[in-house]
Design a binder for this molecule. Structure first.
Ligand SMILES: Cc1cc2nc3c(=O)[nH]c(=O)nc-3n(C[C@H](O)[C@H](O)[C@H](O)COP(=O)(O)OP(=O)(O)OC[C@H]3O[C@@H](n4cnc5c(N)ncnc54)[C@H](O)[C@@H]3O)c2cc1C
Length: 282
């Protein structure tokens, strides 16, 4: 389906961008995870947000979400895996689905954690970031799900239901995992193989498998858009929150320090307004 603006990430920057684009009468789709899974949701107290000291992270995020819903922002749960900017239209892949938008605002926060050894080397040759996209390829085969996001157990159950033989690896035992799925507790991981993946080394164990599904909360923006320019590890933007790619804007923690709420909300406002102006000028 086509939207004026797609926002990747439903945190403070993404929702600020979304409501400010709605004020300019643009249709807006926000793609992101359940906002209650944000680490900020568990913050006991936020004291430096102007005029509203002492709120919990949950109170703030609940209010942001209500505000955006009341303004007619559309939401879609999921991880954007890839963005293809074409002339005047950006195509977003979300699992096996596609969405289209005239402009994109990246509000993906910071992706914590480095890539695992072997991850980049075997991407597409037995390393996958999407269970719904690639699960069918591994029916009747051994796969490992590395649970780095709260919905990873659900995805592992989905793969098991498809007929994959699943092992689940994470630092902490997940809730809701199908009891038929073997669980291995480990955080030190290495993906090994030859032409394609043959095993995951998890701590002292080597788990033979044909695919490793790495299910994270966030995907680094340069994996979404390889032509995106960075500066000091963050997305390079100008004062209008424009990236180096036409029709692609960015806001919030993903553009750099300070990693703070007020900056995220302020940049989101500019990105929402400028993306709307960009569309009006086409
Ligand atoms: C515990 C805690 C306490 C904090 N306390 C304070 C405080 O007191 N004061 C303060 O100013 N700041 C505080 N912060 C920092 C503040 O939370 C951040 O600066 C702010 O949330 C940044 O907003 P954002 O929208 O840029 O990114 P985020 O809030 O990180 O939101 C980004 C969202 O994008 C999603 N996403 C990423 N990639 C994709 C993808 N490919 N597809 C779909 N979705 C994607 C992520 O899952 C995430 O939900 C705190 C942070 C934490 C964790």
């Amino acid at each position: 389906m086509s939207h004026d603006i797609a926002v990747i990430g439903g945190g403070p920057a993404g929702l600020s961008a979304a409501i400010n684009a709605r004020v300019r009468n643009k249709t807006v789709l926000v793609v992101g995870n359940d906002y209650r899974e944000s680490p900020l949701y568990r913050a006991e107290r936020v004291d430096n947000y102007l005029g509203m000291p002492g709120l919990t992270g949950a109170q703030l995020l609940d209010a942001y979400q209500r505000h955006a819903e009341d303004m007619g922002v559309e939401f879609r749960h999921g991880r954007v895996l890839n963005i293809m900017p074409m002339e005047h239209t950006c195509y977003l892949s979300i699992g096996t689905d596609m969405e289209e938008a005239g402009a994109v605002i990246l509000a993906t926060g910071v992706s914590r954690g480095k890539k695992f050894p072997g991850e980049a080397e075997f991407l597409g040759r037995g390393v996958s970031y999407c269970a719904t996209c690639d699960g069918m390829l591994y029916r009747d085969k051994q796969v490992v799900v590395v649970g780095l996001a709260p919905d990873a157990a659900e995805e592992a159950n989905f793969l098991q239901g498809l007929g994959c033989r699943v092992t689940y690896v994470s630092g902490k035992a997940p809730e809701g995992l199908d009891p038929a799925i073997a669980y291995v507790r480990a955080t030190k991981l290495e993906i090994v193989g030859e032409a394609s993946v043959t095993a995951l080394r998890a701590g002292d164990e080597e788990i033979p498998c044909q695919c490793v599904f790495l299910l994270r909360h966030a995907i680094p923006p340069t994996d979404l858009l390889p032509a995106l320019e960075l500066e000091n590890g963050y997305i390079r933007v100008d004062r209008e929150m424009r990236t180096n790619l036409p029709g692609v804007f960015a806001a919030g923690d993903c553009t750099g320090l300070p990693l703070q709420l007020s900056k995220a909300a302020g940049e989101g406002l500019i990105a929402g307004q400028k993306a709307a102006e960009y569309l009006d000028g086409l």
